[in-house]
Design a protein around this ligand. Structure first.
Ligand code: HEM
Length: 342
């Protein structure tokens, strides 16, 4: 079973099941198998990439349960999965242990973060997800979501550097709202109409999770003349929907203006032609805070710096190829020159 199916086929319950089947023990931590000499920072980013790749890797056992496991062993997928899981488990245990150690030293809950709050729920009988493995499962969800905001900022900058007119327009808008304040605050964001259209247009062209989370049909249905049986895996191609010429004029063109007079929002609800955060009951749980976090970072980068291509690089050379994995990252790293604007 791939990390993908582990974590994303049924929210925390199935995730927990998978966590328990892969981890040797579901007991509270005693001696974490973590090498203190390896800094979390250096391992974090490469592990994040490995986890993202594992989420969308193909595992035969998901499709041919009887002997798929044998094929996965043969092609090395199982051992790759085990290794990634062990590394991820070790990093998460290290974070948990640091927090447990810290809370033994400090009495005050004033500086509690998400992990402290989760640990506070351990063995709380009023909360259904109260074991160490539940906490690890929730942390894994947070871990996987962590890379999305930087990826979105990079796609937006890549599009803006290729399209100087929208770049000029958006910087003028941001600078006129912030004036000489020196930064953009959350309260300023609602005044940035064109900027918000830039963000939407970036998500339209570059949905970070382009095939959403797979669904499974519960009952037989008929679609466009095809009978779809129960328990069929349904893959929704958000990338293709958001570039469908039936819904979008000049779909391949970066044109934030298309959102200026439109009521289309980032969360697919009535309008399913735009679903960068998915839709329905499995919509991205990060939807409530991710847009603001991303907008704050991007608006401040556009406010504080003028962006240029390095000598010798033309905008045609900025490609839109992507790396494999659950989150769409540029294949080639975007390299730009930032010049302080004030
Ligand atoms: C710009 C930021 C983000 C984008 C564009 C994004 C996009 C998505 C999409 C398209 C899905 C699939 C939804 C569906 O199938 O209907 C998803 C699921 C998910 N996202 Fe995000 N996401 C973002 C940020 C985050 C963050 C920051 C977190 C966590 C801290 C997060 C956690 C998750 C989780 C746990 C799921 C799986 C939910 C499930 O199992 O049903 N996401 N996200």
């Amino acid at each position: 079973m791939g990390l993908f199916s582990m974590a994303f086929t049924g929210g925390s319950f199935i995730l927990l099941g998978a966590w328990e089947s892969l981890s040797s023990s579901s007991q509270p931590l005693q001696q974490p198998p973590y090498n203190e000499h390896i800094s979390i920072g250096s391992r974090y980013y490469s592990l994040l990439r490995d986890v993202e790749v594992m989420f969308t890797s193909m595992f035969y056992t998901d499709y041919v349960p009887l002997f798929g496991g044998f094929l996965d062993k043969l092609n090395g997928q199982s051992s790759m999965l085990e290794r990634t899981f062990k590394d991820l488990n070790a990093v998460i245990e290290k974070i948990i242990n640091d927090h447990l150690y810290k809370s033994n030293l400090l009495e005050s809950a004033q500086n509690d973060d998400t992990v402290d709050v989760l640990l506070g729920l351990l063995n709380d009988s009023t909360f259904p997800f109260n074991t160490m493995n539940h906490i690890k499962a929730i942390m894994m969800n947070l871990f996987v979501g962590a890379n999305t905001i930087s990826a979105a900022v990079i796609w937006a900058l890549a599009e803006l550097i290729k399209n100087p007119i929208p770049m000029k327009k958006v910087q003028e808008e941001i600078r006129s709202v912030a004036q000489n304040k020196g930064y953009i605050l959350e309260g300023d964001l609602s005044k940035l109409k064109y900027f918000k259209a830039v963000v939407k247009e970036t998500f339209r062209l570059h949905p970070l999770a382009p095939i959403l989370v797979p669904r499974e049909t519960l009952q037989k249905c008929n679609m466009q003349g095809y009978d779809i049986l129960p328990k069929t895996i349904v893959i929704i191609n958000a990338w293709a929907i958001q570039r469908d010429p039936e819904y979008w004029k000049d779909p391949e063109v970066f044109m934030p203006e298309r959102f200026m007079e439109s009521s289309v929002e980032l969360k697919g609800h009535d309008v399913m032609s735009m679903i960068p955060f998915g839709g329905g009951r499995r919509v991205c749980p990060g939807y409530t805070f991710s847009p603001v976090s991303l907008e704050l970072v991007l608006a401040n980068l556009l406010y504080s710096f003028n962006w240029e291509l390095p000598d010798g690089l033309s905008k045609e050379e900025i490609d839109s190829n992507v790396l494999p994995g659950i989150i769409m990252h540029n294949e080639k790293q975007l390299c730009l020159i930032a010049k302080k604007s004030f």
